[in-house]
Design a protein around this ligand. Structure first.
Ligand SMILES: [Zn+2]
Length: 202
């Protein structure tokens, strides 16, 4: 008599960090600690329009095409000699967004790409210590204080806002026969550089 292999699916823990992962909801709250210990990547897509703070942010064009944001989190526990287990999440984000060119005030499109690693810590003291280390080695990694029910959507949105160009411009901007003061949008969305110039002169 032969033994049948169990019919349950193989353990997902063996899946590679770059392989396909099932679509996950961005509106969930995460238990970062559990996520890191399971080591299972999370990924998904969401409509850009769902991110209201981003879509109404200064310098962002008031109307967006039906763009999507693709996101991916790769959680892990890293062992460091002489230290407790470290909780890390690697995040990648990609989207295309319509912005206002700061020179001609017309629409210009930009691609936002985020690729960043976050280390989660348990105490304020640990946060200070890890931030000091990141500063010292000039690291782009970021330390965050672990909180229960981590809001995934807000986190993704914050990172996209941080990735917005400071002064978006057309690569080959041509001011088409009008000055910013003729532009109906100029009064609604002040050009931050014009404001700076004013401040410098006064
Ligand atoms: Zn322009």
């Amino acid at each position: 008599m032969t033994m049948n292999r169990p019919s349950s699916p193989p353990e997902s823990a063996s899946e590679s960090a770059t392989g396909p992962v099932p679509e996950a909801s961005a509106t969930q709250r995460l238990d970062i600690s559990v996520l890191c210990r399971q080591g299972q990547p999370l990924a998904g897509e969401l409509p850009l329009a769902q991110l209201r703070r981003l879509c109404t942010y200064r310098g962002v064009w008031p109307e967006q095409a039906a763009q999507t944001v693709t996101w991916r989190l790769v959680p892990s526990v890293r062992q460091a000699p002489g230290d407790a287990d470290q909780l890390w999440v690697d995040m990648t984000l990609h989207t295309r967004i319509a912005l206002q060119c700061q020179r001609c005030l017309e629409r210009t499109d930009a691609v936002l790409d985020v690729s960043k690693a976050f280390r989660f810590v348990h105490t304020e003291a640990e946060l200070d210590r890890v931030e000091a280390v990141f500063d010292e080695i000039d690291s782009d990694d970021e330390a965050l204080l672990l909180e229960p029910g981590w809001p995934l959507l807000d986190w993704l949105e914050d990172e996209l806002i941080l990735a917005l160009p400071i002064a978006p411009r057309h690569d080959d901007c041509q001011i088409a026969g009008h000055t910013p003061s003729d532009d109906p949008l100029a009064g609604l969305k002040p050009n931050p550089f014009a404001v700076l110039e004013k401040l410098k002169k006064s």
